[in-house]
Design a protein around this ligand. Structure first.
Ligand SMILES: Nc1ncnc2c1ncn2[C@@H]1O[C@H](COP(=O)(O)OP(=O)(O)OP(=O)(O)O)[C@@H](O)[C@H]1O
Ligand SMILES: [Mg+2]
Length: 365
């Protein structure tokens, strides 16, 4: 039995599957680079072993190679991204076609007709005009066209599945119960879960890309320079006060954290949702990667407070893969359900939940 998970992100696409009982991940940068198909362009790309496609008069270099190409040529204008703020980029005419090329490269064809794939989707943003319906429908249709049986699942809930936060009540340990926050490029996604059931979800339309843009503005440097400086050197335990980019990064990171914590509080209140038992918060996503980020978040959490009790805050084992790993767990669970009910979906006997281990997976509704 197979099944796949795919984390469809603004910065990275991450596919996950089991090979010989082990989780295997395929990562691709969610980007492309366009150039006219003239002279020896194609020859040069073939020799370089680049991943590209030809469409009309244009060549599109796709994925990680697009970034390399943009760096080597110093051309940032033609470095483009199919997604912005967590969804298909409305300002990018090639968004859908490039996303299809990238998605197929990451997940491949199904191993058999109707293999289950769980694809991650953001929650609707609380601070933007758009919803995620168009994004979801387009990607769902494409994965179906490839031959998959598609299930769309919430991005932050995937962290709950892979990291298994727990709550203990009267010596009973409740699995898949807690809070997960995915700090991505386009969005911060939040979910609260009780025994693998989603209690509350939302997203904010700002995260790593927003930080890069704000810092670039106040320091008058290119966004790409800020991003690369941030990814290489940012360490919250050692901020160099003479490094102007670092100082601005620290300021905007803190601003983002305050914004997220404030919104979590407001969303709990607005939904009239409460949790009485102290819960764990699990943090994942690329924006959570700099050393000291989780401690900084804890400090801001203490400062602002939340309307629910928090037991502890911890970092996911692998912040860039936690979402895809959870999508795979959900896909395996779904495939089991379908098998048990003769392939038609419906209820199946509960499997014993065991975090992060495909094989003993939660049944996810
Ligand atoms: N070491 C690092 N330090 C700081 N930021 C990092 C680091 N590595 C990656 N990032 C940032 O993390 C973001 C990408 O994270 P991630 O892959 O979780 O996002 P995504 O899933 O593609 O986006 P989204 O979930 O918002 O659609 C980018 O903003 C990137 O600059
Ligand atoms: Mg993400």
């Amino acid at each position: 039995m197979c099944a796949k998970g795919v984390d469809i992100g603004t910065c990275f696409l991450v596919g996950a599957e089991l090979k010989d009982g082990k989780e295997v991940f395929t990562m691709e940068r969610d980007a492309f680079f366009s150039m006219p198909n003239e002279d020896f362009a194609e020859d040069m790309l073939t020799k370089a072993g680049a991943f590209y496609i030809i469409k009309g008069e244009q060549i599109y270099v796709v994925g990680e190679d697009a970034l390399k190409f943009s760096m080597v040529t110093g051309n940032q204008k033609d470095y483009r991204r199919p997604m912005a703020k967590g969804v298909l980029n409305p300002g990018e005419e090639e968004a859908i076609s490039m996303m299809e090329v990238l998605l197929e490269a990451v997940v491949g064809k199904p191993a058999y007709p109707n293999e289950v794939i769980c694809a991650t989707m953001p929650a609707n943003p609380i601070d933007a005009e758009f919803d995620v319906v168009f994004h979801r429908m387009v990607l769902e249709r494409f994965l179906k066209k490839l031959g998959y049986d598609v299930k769309c699942i919430n991005e932050a809930m995937c962290i709950i599945y892979s990291e298994n936060p727990t709550v203990t009540i009267n010596n009973e340990v409740l699995p898949f119960t807690g809070i997960a926050i995915s700090w991505g490029a386009g969005m911060v996604n939040f979910a609260a879960s009780w025994r693998a059931k989603k209690l509350l979800e939302f997203s904010c339309g700002r995260s790593g890309d927003w930080i890069d843009r704000q810092v670039a503005k106040v320091r008058s440097v290119p966004v790409s320079k800020v991003q690369s400086h941030k990814e290489k050197y940012l360490n919250f335990d050692r901020i160099d006060p003479t490094d102007q980019i670092m100082v601005a990064l620290e300021i905007y990171y803190e601003d983002l954290m305050r914004y997220v914590v404030t919104n979590i509080g407001q969303q709990f209140k607005a939904a009239n949702a409460t949790i009485d038992e102290p819960v764990e918060i699990v943090i994942a996503g690329g924006t959570s990667k700099p050393p000291g980020m989780v401690d900084r978040f804890k400090t801001i959490l203490r400062e602002i407070g939340l309307p629910i009790p928090i037991k502890n805050v911890r970092h996911a084992k692998d912040p860039l893969k936690a979402v895809a790993a959870g999508a795979l767990i959900a896909a395996i669970s779904e495939e089991k359900k379908r098998k048990a009910s003769g392939g038609g979906g419906g209820e199946a006997p509960a499997a014993a939940p065991k975090a992060g281990k495909a094989g003993g997976v939660p049944l996810i509704s």
